[in-house]
Design a protein around this ligand. Structure first.
Ligand SMILES: [Zn+2]
Ligand SMILES: [Zn+2]
Length: 355
């Protein structure tokens, strides 16, 4: 068995990476494991947040990766050396109450790449359970493959919110995940997908590639934000010819104002979806939940089959992830990549792990 020399981009303090060399295996490869040579890794908003605040103990960051299988455990029969795969970054225990009820995304014992003590995938090689290596076709480029994990999160959102043809949908937040959610909504046949963001360049990007319409939202709202949300959304929906309200509102920013605009935009019987992380408790117009007969949906990570569905969307060219990737950096320049991300010029950066 080989034990490849590994290079990892370890976050040792806030905004501080250190490249560390250590052999991959500290124990023999298990029967059900494979070794993957990592080729590409997308940087996501949560990696970036972690980079800015640091971690309780140093680990390599990264969890949106793809690569090539270079070694099989003795019991692995349904994968092969040389096979191209995307990597599922979460390890549900498959034993707890939630796992056995089919909700491994809410596993009580979840191990996840880049959450201490588990190193992430900003490295040259990883060892993973074979079932976490999802095959991809040769037609999917490595850069596209680096976007499959967040696309799987968008697929899960589509399942949870029951996104389907002919719907009208508003999405708050034009970062990479928001854009992928818009792409999935369109791929599923939504009639209108309307993007909102506080930066005009991001709204323009969304409308160019993924949304049918887009609007700038003011950054600082004076006075009663709830009243503003109602007034602002009533005007925008009228412009769109959607005065009765939309079917689905999806919040991807974690901002209280976006949440309030989401509720204000919904028609009676509509669905509100929360995927942005709120760092302080927001004011929520709960009265509308009753009076408008709304459904509220939460969504986290992904469930079995979401990766396969995400790969299928890319493979059949129903979702084009390539415009999202605005820069690539070699693994050895990970620090530069995160500094570039902090300047907010990029939509999505992909690290090339072997460079
Ligand atoms: Zn991510
Ligand atoms: Zn579990």
């Amino acid at each position: 068995m080989t034990n490849p020399a590994n290079l990892l981009a370890v976050l040792v303090g806030p905004k501080q990476f250190e490249l560390q060399n250590r052999p991959l295996l500290d124990s023999p490869l298990k029967d059900d494991e494979v070794i993957v040579q990592v080729i590409s890794t997308g940087i996501c908003g949560s990696d970036f947040h972690t980079w800015t605040v640091g971690l309780p103990s140093p680990v390599a960051l990264g969890h949106e990766s793809a690569g090539v299988i270079v070694e099989l455990g003795s019991g692995v029969k349904d994968r092969s050396v040389g096979e191209r795969v995307v990597i599922e970054p979460g390890y549900p225990c498959l034993k707890c109450y939630f796992c056995i009820r089919g909700q491994p995304n809410t596993c009580s014992n979840m191990k996840h790449f880049s959450i201490p003590p588990t190193d992430g995938t900003l490295c040259k090689y990883v060892r993973i359970t074979a079932i976490m290596a999802v095959p991809i076709k040769d037609t999917v480029s490595w850069i596209e493959a680096g976007c499959v994990q967040p696309l799987a999160v968008a697929v899960q959102l589509g399942r949870r919110a029951n996104i389907r043809a002919h719907q009208t949908i508003v999405v708050f937040g034009c970062g990479a995940l928001g854009l992928l959610i818009m792409a999935v909504c369109k791929a599923y046949g939504a009639k209108r997908v309307v993007a909102f963001d506080i930066e005009q360049s991001r709204v323009d990007f969304a409308v160019k590639h993924y949304a049918t319409d887009g609007f700038l939202v003011p950054r600082d709202i004076q006075g009663d934000s709830m009243a503003f949300a109602k007034e602002f959304m009533t005007a925008r929906l009228k412009e769109l010819g959607l005065s009765f309200g939309v079917d689905v509102a999806i919040e991807v920013t974690g901002a209280e104002s976006a949440l309030q605009m989401g509720f204000a935009s919904l028609r009676a019987g509509g669905t509100y979806v929360q995927t942005g992380l709120q760092h302080k408790p927001p004011r929520v117009p709960m009265l509308q939940v009753t009076t408008k007969d709304l459904t509220i949906v939460g969504t986290v990570r992904y469930t079995p089959g979401c990766f396969e569905d995400a790969v299928d969307l890319v493979d059949r060219k129903l979702v084009d992830v390539s415009p999202l990737v605005t820069s690539t950096y070699p693994l050895t320049k990970t620090q530069d990549a995160f500094e570039a991300q902090s300047r907010r010029g990029d939509i999505k950066i992909v690290i090339m792990n072997q460079e």
